[in-house]
Design a binder for this molecule. Structure first.
Ligand code: NAD
Length: 283
C-alpha cells in the first residue's frame, strides 16, 4: 500500500500542469486532497479528474501570493479534514524572460511574490497542522533554476534559489527540534506544461510589449526544453516523497545541471551564456 494512502495532501496550483498531475497521482495512491488554484476553471477540471479516480477532495480558489488567504485556507482545510499531513507548494509562474538591464520592477515583484512568497506562505500556514499530524511532509517546488542560474531568468532564479534555501533551512530546523515533519525540495527540469505560454498570456494581459521574438522564444521552450510529460514528473515527485528524499531531481536535464554546477562552478556561466546566445540566434 502507498505511504500516502489515507493521508490528507494539499496541492497549490492544482489547476494545470504538474499540480494537476500531482493531485491525480496522489488520488491514485489513495490520498485525500485539498486542491487550490487562482484559475477556477482549471481547478474545476482537476476536481473532476480526481473525483473520477475516487478521491475525497476539498477545492478552493486561492492566490498563494495573498498571505491572509493562504492562512485562512490552511485553517479551512484543517477544519474540513481534521488533520493535514502533506503540503505540496507547487503554484508558480515563469519568469519575465528579460535581462536584468531590461526587466521591469513589476516582473521581479510578481515572480518573487508568487514563486517564493507563495511557498513561504504555504509552508508557514500549514506547518503547525503538519506537526500536529505526527506524520507531516513539506514538499516545495523549486526548479532546475534553483540549482543552476540562467541568463534572462534572474527573477525566476532568485525565487527558485530562494525556495531551495528556505526549504533546506526549514529541514535543519525541524531536524534540530525533532518535529515529525519531513521536508523535500523538488527541482524539475523541463516539463510539458502551460507555464511558458501562461507567462506570455500574462504579459499580454498587462499590456506589455510582447514581441515576435518573445513568441518565438516561448515556442522554442515549449518544443525543445519543456518535454517531460507532467504525469511522469508527478510520479517521480510522489515516489521521491514516499522515499523521503530531501532533494527530488526530476529529469536528466535537472540531474545534469546539478552535476554541472558542482563540477564546473566557475565555468558553467560560460556554458549558460553560450546557450543564451544560441536561443537568441534561433529566435
Ligand atoms: N514546467 C516546467 O518545466 C517547470 C520546471 C521547473 C519548475 N517548475 C515549477 O513547477 C510548478 C508548476 O508549474 P507548471 O509547469 O505545472 O505550470 P502551469 O502553468 O501548467 O501550472 C501552474 C499553476 O499554478 C497556478 N498559479 C499561478 N499563479 C498562482 C497564484 N498566484 N496562486 C495560485 N495558483 C497560481 C496557475 O493558475 C496554474 O494552474 C511551478 O512552481 C513551476 O515554477 C516547472
Amino acid at each position: 500500500m502507498s505511504k500516502v494512502s489515507g493521508k490528507v495532501a494539499v496541492v497549490t496550483g492544482a489547476g494545470s500542469g504538474i499540480g494537476r498531475q500531482l493531485a491525480a497521482e496522489l488520488a491514485r495512491r489513495g490520498a485525500r486532497l485539498a486542491v487550490s488554484d487562482v484559475d477556477e476553471a482549471g481547478l474545476a477540471a482537476t476536481v473532476e479528474e480526481v473525483k473520477a479516480l475516487g478521491a475525497e477532495v476539498h477545492a478552493a480558489p486561492l492566490d498563494v501570493a495573498d498571505r491572509a488567504a493562504v492562512l485562512a485556507h490552511a485553517a479551512a482545510v484543517a477544519t474540513h479534514f481534521g488533520v493535514v499531513h502533506q503540503v505540496y507548494n507547487n503554484a508558480g509562474v515563469a519568469g519575465g524572460g528579460r535581462s536584468v538591464l531590461d526587466s521591469d520592477w513589476a516582473a521581479y515583484e510578481r515572480t518573487i511574490t508568487v514563486d517564493l512568497f507563495g511557498v513561504i506562505h504555504g509552508t508557514k500556514a500549514f506547518l503547525p497542522h503538519l506537526i500536529a499530524s505526527g506524520d507531516g511532509h513539506v514538499v516545495n517546488v523549486s526548479s532546475l533554476n534553483g540549482i543552476m542560474a540562467q541568463p534572462a531568468l534572474s527573477d525566476y532564479c532568485a525565487a527558485k534559489f530562494g525556495v531551495r534555501g528556505f526549504t533546506e533551512a526549514l529541514r535543519g530546523e525541524l531536524l534540530a527540534a525533532g518535529h515529525p515533519v519531513r521536508v523535500s525540495v523538488v527541482h524539475p527540469g523541463g516539463v510539458r506544461t502551460n507555464i511558458a505560454t501562461a507567462a506570455l498570456a500574462h504579459a499580454r494581459g498587462q499590456g506589455a510589449d510582447v514581441t515576435a521574438r518573445d513568441e518565438a522564444r516561448t515556442r522554442l521552450y515549449n518544443e525543445k526544453l519543456l518535454t517531460m510529460p507532467a504525469d511522469r514528473a508527478a510520479r517521480i515527485i510522489v515516489a521521491g516523497v514516499e522515499a523521503n528524499r530531501p532533494r527530488i531531481l526530476v529529469g536528466n536535464d535537472a540531474r545534469s545541471a546539478d552535476l554541472l554546477v558542482r563540477w564546473l562552478p566557475r565555468w558553467y556561466p560560460r556554458l549558460t551564456a553560450r546557450l543564451e546566445r544560441r536561443l537568441s540566434a534561433a529566435t
